[in-house]
Design a protein around this ligand. Structure first.
Ligand SMILES: Cc1cc2nc3c(=O)[nH]c(=O)nc-3n(C[C@H](O)[C@H](O)[C@H](O)COP(=O)(O)OP(=O)(O)OC[C@H]3O[C@@H](n4cnc5c(N)ncnc54)[C@H](O)[C@@H]3O)c2cc1C
Ligand code: FES
Length: 273
């Protein structure tokens, strides 16, 4: 059992949960994820480690409540436990040796991008963060991102906070003005696709973190198959980070919507059947 030792509501649908998980906290690196199962009947859901502290043995995940299991998980409180928390899974991010990097987070993707920005900042990289949200009320982790970046931009689709527009507009301006050797983009698949298309003409190394449907998370089931540079890769063991210039994002979007009907049905049923 893994106990929740801290819980913060970041916006109406996004919750930060910190677990007591000393063995994983000692090993995990930015870019890796865990698979959580709440109870015996529960489904396994992958969640990226948003923060960790190897000294006190805790790890934090930031969860957007969008379906049956994420709603059940975010309803738990400090002192409650989950049955399984398996990890660290996946490969750590391969940053190379950048001097200037742009880290882009879209929505809850900001929580997944945070450890990347934090790590790069800690090793002296000049980090610019671009955080994109639909509107002001769902902006998350602003202070945390500012603390680990040299420059911070926030955009909202409706202009209710920061700059009105898309993260790619700010990105394009930055790339036209200065030179960067790394862009990391984490968020909705269309956002990662358009970030990769924006950086391609500049030849800037671009890392994206893919979120295909995962089942076992250990390379056995093939559920998380993605096409990268014409080759089949399994996001759970070969990723989840990949070169954004090589990913077939359209195929990923098609595969991610395979089970929409079943997921909606299950959420309506509201139990573990
Ligand atoms: C490597 C990886 C890291 C992720 N990290 C985070 C994170 O840090 N925070 C966060 O909020 N979400 C994260 N996700 C997405 C999260 O796993 C899904 O939101 C969750 O599984 C949805 O389950 P549900 O029962 O609540 O929703 P459902 O109603 O079952 O599904 C809602 C949507 O979630 C996606 N989904 C469903 N089941 C899975 C599955 N087994 N694997 C992957 N996606 C699924 C599908 O796109 C689906 O349409 C990550 C996904 C992957 C693959
Ligand atoms: S989740 Fe089964 S192979 Fe990746």
């Amino acid at each position: 059992m893994f106990k929740i030792v801290d819980k913060k509501q970041l916006n109406s649908s996004v919750t930060s949960l910190t677990f007591d998980a000393p063995f994983i906290a000692k090993k995990v690196k930015p870019g890796q994820f865990v698979i959580i199962r709440i109870d015996e009947k529960g489904e396994r859901i992958p969640l990226t480690v948003s923060d960790f502290n190897s000294d006190n043995g805790t790890l934090t995940v930031v969860v957007q409540a969008i379906g049956f299991t994420t709603k059940k998980l975010t309803a738990l409180n400090v002192g409650d436990s989950v049955l399984d928390l398996v990890g660290p899974l996946g490969l750590p991010t391969e940053f190379g040796a950048p001097k200037k990097a742009i880290v882009i987070g879209g929505g809850v993707g900001c929580a997944i991008a945070y450890p990347q920005a934090k790590y790069l900042h800690s090793i002296g990289v000049d980090v610019t963060v671009i955080a994109g949200f639909r509107s002001k009320d769902i902006v998350i982790l602003e202070d945390e991102m500012k603390a680990v970046s040299n420059a911070y931009f926030v955009t909202t689709d409706d202009g209710s906070y920061g700059r009105k527009g898309l993260v790619t507009e700010v990105l394009s301006e930055l790339l036209n003005k200065g030179s960067y050797d790394l862009v990391i983009a984490i968020g909705p698949v269309p956002m990662m696709k358009f970030v990769s298309l924006t950086t391609k003409p500049f030849g800037t190394k671009t890392i994206v973190s893919l979120n295909p449907i995962m089942i076992d998370g250990t390379g056995m089931c093939g559920g998380c198959r993605v096409n990268v540079g014409g080759e089949t890769k399994f996001a759970c063991v070969d990723g989840p980070d990949f070169d954004g210039h090589l990913v077939d994002f359209d195929e990923l979007m098609r595969r991610n919507s395979f089970y929409k009907q079943e997921e909606t049905h299950k959420c309506r049923l509201g139990d573990n059947k």
